[in-house]
Design a protein. Structure first.
Length: 298
């Protein structure tokens, strides 16, 4: 998901202490899934094995990742079209082979120097002796991590579009899920994996190939034709940004009345957690899974 740099004032009642109490009480009456956005990405470099191990250790119910296809056909967990921001290299993921990406360091930006002078320092730092922790992460390796977690950990996979590979992303994704026995769950409710995208066409491809695999339609804004709570055909989970939820809380109610689940991104502030809990959302996607779990009383 793209980052929102300018926050609007949260739409919350004027008594936050009471709101928090009521929201947590409400949250305890039903289960809000806490999803680690790109792993525990506030504590460790995003989309690295370190970040996902930390998220599992922190108790996250699910892990979120973005996937892109390399030039030689591998799915890797990288958010941006280019690797410039998150690694010590340069270039577009789609133009690089896996070996090229594997030679890069995706943790170099999160050294102790990065955190010096900030309010908090993470309990993780770059360790040269553990290169796997900050190397490029393939989706296959992340699936292996989840399989070995020792408890149920779900996975929310976002396909990034537009891309030069178009439908090949979904094709490779479903083939990889099939290798792990995850491509055709008995029902959407039982599936530990869901596919998310801002692209309705991407979700349509997934639904056509695997009708029982849950899909999530991500939104930065609500288009006029969907304001009544409708979603693209076959999609049963809405993924609005926290900005949408703050500015239009009634939209969540419309989605729920239409029978949809609501997964909100990216929720890091305590007042936003309270707002989501009070509105009865089904999942909170956050960079801070441990803090959100604590805020929810878990």
């Amino acid at each position: 998901m793209k980052r929102t740099n300018h926050r609007q004032p949260p739409t919350v009642p004027p008594t936050p202490s009471r709101w928090h109490h009521d929201a947590v009480t409400h949250a305890r009456q039903y289960h809000i899934q806490v999803v680690a956005h790109r792993g525990a990405s506030e504590a460790a470099p995003e989309h690295t094995l370190a970040a996902y191990r930390k998220a599992i250790e922190d108790g996250a119910d699910a892990l979120e990742c973005d996937v892109r296809l390399t030039a030689d056909g591998h799915l890797v967990c990288v958010h941006d079209r280019r690797v410039n921001r998150t690694s010590n290299g340069r270039g577009a993921v789609s133009a690089l082979e896996l070996a090229d990406l594997a030679a890069l360091d995706f943790g170099s930006g999160r050294t102790r120097a990065f955190w010096r002078g900030r309010d908090e320092e993470p309990d993780w730092e770059v360790r040269p002796e553990d290169p796997e922790d900050t190397s490029v992460l393939t989706l296959e390796r992340l699936l292996e991590l989840v399989a070995d977690a020792g408890r149920r950990v779900e996975l929310a996979i976002e396909t990034k579009h537009p891309t030069r590979w178009a439908g090949q992303v979904e094709e490779r994704l479903l083939a990889l899920l099939k290798r792990f026995g995850l491509d055709a769950p008995a029902s959407t409710e039982e599936s530990p994996v869901r596919v998310m995208s801002f692209s309705a066409r991407s979700l349509h491809r997934v639904r056509a190939a695997s009708p029982t695999l849950p899909t999530v339609y991500l939104m930065q804004f609500v288009s006029p034709r969907l304001r009544d709570g409708r979603l693209p055909a076959g999609v049963r989970i809405a993924g609005p940004s926290i900005r949408i939820v703050r500015n239009h809380p009634a939209y969540v109610e419309r989605l729920k009345r239409a029978g949809h689940h609501v997964h909100v991104w990216t929720v890091n502030d305590s007042e936003d957690v309270d707002l989501c809990a009070g509105l009865g959302v089904d999942a909170i996607i956050t960079n801070r899974p441990r803090a959100v779990l604590h805020r929810l009383g878990r």
